[in-house]
Design a protein around this ligand. Structure first.
Ligand SMILES: [Fe+2]
Length: 220
């Protein structure tokens, strides 16, 4: 299924595998249960599978999408979750796929969820997906380096992304948080409280034993 999607949209080549790698690493840093890590890996590999239903010319369009084209793109998490639900052993993965474009502040799309109501797998996928997109070449721009990408994510902490998950990604990449903020502290951390050392043990405690927020139910 991943290969079918990659054949259609060459810019996603290798994307799903990289998102899976980042997602699994984040989940490991947060010490999520093995079963959840496995679900996250499947969800990451299949997160954009719903794009098989979106015309190629829309996926590779370098300019701004029309309202109708945008509507087709916005439907891909729902289409993907629907496809995945047809496959018995993947059913539990469908909420992560359905919600992977939710924003932490509720301004994303999928189900209009906000904050902790978004399944943790979907929150992880959102961060890993964005990180790979920023560090990859796209039709409309070049690739950014790791630190630039992480700073972009941090600038959207609390709005688009769950800040704890960005911290876990930073840790998994072996990058020092202090280095990251030292260079562009004022631009990215205008509020004093944002300049803090990563306290992963608190983040790990936060996620310990947490299920996907759906109690195993599919809520789409
Ligand atoms: Fe997507």
């Amino acid at each position: 299924m991943v290969k079918a999607l990659e054949a259609k949209d060459p810019y996603t080549k290798g994307h799903s595998e990289r998102v899976a790698e980042y997602s699994v690493n984040i989940a490991k840093v947060l010490q999520l249960p093995d079963e959840q890590i496995e679900m996250i890996e499947f969800a990451a590999l299949l997160h954009d599978i719903g794009k098989v239903g979106v015309p190629r010319k829309i996926l590779s369009k370098p300019s701004v999408l029309t309202d109708n084209e945008y509507k087709r793109v916005v439907e891909h998490p729902m289409v993907g979750a629907y496809i995945i639900r047809q496959i018995d052993f993947l059913k539990r993965v469908s909420p992560a796929v359905f919600h992977h474009h939710e924003h932490y502040d509720g301004n994303g799309y999928g189900g209009g969820l906000v904050g902790e109501l978004i399944p943790v797998q979907a929150r992880i996928l959102a961060v890993a997906d964005a990180y790979d997109a920023i560090t990859s070449v796209r039709p409309y721009r070049g690739a950014k380096n790791k630190k630039e990408a992480l700073r972009e994510l941090l600038a959207c902490a609390g709005s688009q992304f769950d800040e704890r998950i960005i911290r876990a990604l930073i840790y998994s990449l072996g990058i020092s948080f202090e280095d990251l903020i030292a260079e562009k502290e004022e631009e990215y951390f205008p509020e004093e409280e944002k300049v803090s050392v990563i306290n992963l043990s608190e983040d790990i405690d936060f996620f310990q034993g947490k299920d996907d927020g759906n109690g195993g139910q599919n809520d789409e």
